[in-house]
Design a protein around this ligand. Structure first.
Ligand code: DX5
Ligand code: ZN
Length: 226
């Protein structure tokens, strides 16, 4: 099933941090739907990126919803701080939390949408029991930790599987894909059922402007039969 509306969520992991405010403003002015913020702790993933202060700073420069992707161990310890910093959506990893239901409930009590992300090795079926409590799923299409990696094509069937599971539930659950999404891969993930495309280096890239990056993504998606 192809969604009529595909949301683009530029990931600031690939942005120029020396001019982050400008880059986020550019994304908003050129039609981004969400701002995706990748939080990494050097433990759940082998890289350290950004934390609460960056969410607060981005909150001050955009009215777009902030989509915070926590690639951290024990995410429940930090969700209140991220919610207070201005996150609108908070996604935790299935693999990082033994008490997902409690964590998702807390995220929602804090007024945010609650998401669950799954690594490439985690099967769609792992989500079966928790899906009724989720507002969005993030299917990692690379191993989390770094931007600019290659899309893992075997994830395509998992996207379709989760889209079917969401269809069976008859609930409006967002289906994100994250990693290696660019004008070449956009159409196929949308066809598989993704409706929120996280895009790092295909939007924030020293080779071209944010406006060009977003325009190329929209053009690639416009050719998707609806
Ligand atoms: C990877 C992050 C992604 C990353 C995507 O661990 O979760 O959001 O920024 O970057 P690209 O689009 O460059 O693969
Ligand atoms: Zn991400």
């Amino acid at each position: 099933m192809i969604h009529k509306v595909i949301h683009l969520a530029p990931s600031i992991l690939a942005a120029d941090f020396a001019r982050l405010g400008e880059q986020v403003a550019d994304a908003e002015a050129n039609g981004a739907d969400l701002i995706h913020i990748d939080v990494m702790d050097g433990r759940f993933v082998p890289n350290i990126s950004m934390g609460v202060v960056v969410v607060e700073a981005v909150r001050r420069v955009t009215s777009l919803p902030l989509d915070v992707h926590l690639m951290i161990v024990e995410p429940a310890t930090h969700i209140e701080a991220f919610a207070h910093a201005g996150a609108n959506r908070i996604t935790v990893h299935y693999e990082a939390d033994n008490h997902l239901h409690r964590t998702l409930t807390t995220i929602k009590e804090l007024g945010c949408m609650a998401g669950v992300a799954i690594n490439p090795h985690t099967p769609a079926l792992a989500l079966e029991a928790i899906l009724p409590f989720v507002d969005q799923v993030n299917v990692m299409t690379v191993n989390p930790g770094f931007g600019g990696q290659h899309f893992i094509p075997e994830m395509m069937s998992k996207i379709a599987e989760i889209r079917a599971m969401i269809g069976n539930l008859r609930r409006d659950i967002g289906l994100q894909v994250d990693g290696g999404i660019n004008p070449q891969t956009a159409m196929s993930v949308a066809q598989a059922g993704a409706n929120i495309l996280v895009v790092g280096s295909a939007v924030f890239n020293p080779q071209f402007s944010v406006a060009e990056g977003i325009a190329r993504m929209r053009k690639a998606l416009a050719t998707t039969p609806v």
